[in-house]
Design a protein around this ligand. Sequence first.
Ligand SMILES: [Zn+2]
Length: 670
Amino acid sequence: MDVTNTNPGRAWADIILVNGTLLTMDKEYSILHDGAVAISGRDISAVGPPDVVLAHYQSKHIIDCSDCIIMPGLINAHTHLPMSLLRGLADDLRLDVWLHGYIIPVEREFVNPEFCFLGTQLSCAELIRSGVTCFADMYYFEEEVAWAAVQAGMRGICGETITKTPTPDASDFEVSLRYCSDLISHWSGHETIIPAPAPHSVYMCTDEILRRTTQMAVAANVPQLIHLDETNDETVNWLRTTGQRPARWLEDQGVLAAHTVAAHCVHASEEELDILKNNDVGIIHNPTSNLKLASGIAPVAQMLSRGMSVGLGTDGCASNNDQDMLEEMRLAALLSKAAVGDPMAVPAHSALAMATINGARALHLDDIIGSLEVGKRADIAVVRMDQLYQLPRFETTGQNVYSRLVYATKSSDVRDVIINGKIVLRDAQLLTIDESRVMAQASQLTEGVNHFFVAREHSLLDKLVAIGGSLEQREMYEIQAKGVIASLDGFLEALHDSKLTVTLHTSRNQYDTYFFFDDPQQGRLRYREDNVIEENGTLTPSYTLTLVGPVKEAEYEHSVVLSRSRFTANADRSLRFYREYFNPAYVREITKHRERYHIRYQGVDFAVNIDQITLPAQPQVYLEIKSRTWSEQDAFRKAALIGDLLSILGTNPRDMRIDAYIDLFHDDPA
Ligand SMILES: [Zn+2]
């Protein structure tokens, strides 16, 4: 029994919860099978058996919790609240395709203050309904997130996300840093909102950004939130570029001097776990998100056995797709058992601890929340335990009640939620959020998002634009002639013709992959790895992605004039990324060795290529002459000049072809 009222006679409490099973989550994991909690103002003023609590406290508001568990409110220690508005937008994709192909484009288009406010309201409703009283958020426009959370009556860390690239609320990271600094000044000392910098990750930030956010967090004594070691790619690439694994690098940069909260740590090595433990970094495990994005399974059992502070998070709705912390607890327990091949790993009470006291410790908030103890804030969830899947109620091991809660209880069983001493959910009715209004507004807003994506999926160009990069519309008309040449020596000799000037010569190996689509009117995409062979034999590769629209062609004497739309962008992502993102009907490859001569003839520049197709291997050598222009009239003038060039270079017009190589040497699948 623990009470603050030591006066003779009964003190007044604002609320007294009685007759429930109390899971205190204190140091001893004390359970009171018939317990009571008195709440005075924002704080817990007494915890003990009902008769003892009621001997010290009286209240006009006594809530009967028979057949219920009374436990600390759950802590969703890693989420992106406004992303509830993107739930189900694009699923079953790899992290990079999902993020760069879908989430970032839609965020660029739609994320604004209203979006963030509404998305946070929607999320708060969902969180409260699953017994969550505190969150740690990382998103944009965190001012709006904070206001929506205050209105919903939730406690939360509002982490302003900062990246080296522009974000929906900042044209560059200087603007982000300023926003974050203002957020911190505005909310510092607030009763339920803790502002924080949230540099996205090592790979989305620079060392300068991280240095400055760390200074900010240390100066204001607020936590710093970051994603860490989420995917194998992240960890391996960081090791390759810096020579250090991410956690070691963060320590060296001084970033861990702040109260750091690191989400994921799926791929943290033993050495990194030591570093994180020594720097008192809170780790947030997000089992559903890690499974859904196939990021891997975090070494949670190892973390816990080292005594690290491990909390639980749902991650954002776009990668989960819900924010049900009961489900997350269950999965955390089950997944760890399978991961280490030990059913004793992460028992039910440990899973609940991750969602309560350990989560509070991971967020550096365990002095005020995480357990039912006198003097802590009254953040409490009351959960019904009278459903058929919660019966029978064995008390054989002292742990049965945790099993009932973690392995069998649903978030719909959450009956009452109290945050900072205020009731926000009573008898499963939300008191702080008008759910039907929020849901109606959400479906209205997301109609626009839906329309945007439906339109985009029908246009290769829109899809190409959506993933950014500088897109260049190259030319409208291409004049070309192509044919087999009889002799390479004859061609090389002809180059010396006094009417021709060779302005540049390069040798290159080109690897082209074409994406074809069911509707030929869509055009097709070419991913080209172009390796220029330097004089010393080294290769200089470049990667481009070219959208070739449907071609209209006109034959002109010996050459052909093609009019087409053609867009080229630097391909800064992997071929695998583009294949998964564009999802072509079929893919064809062609590779060749190319000797490219830039030739000036009659004041006009032509590219003359001598091509040996190596895949699918061809016996002949091809000559290709090309020129480009924006004007149809100019195109026909150049077509005439190509006729002259062909005869100078000694090719027989009868051997000319008009098709692209990919069409010459590959049949379309029937
Ligand atoms: Zn996240």
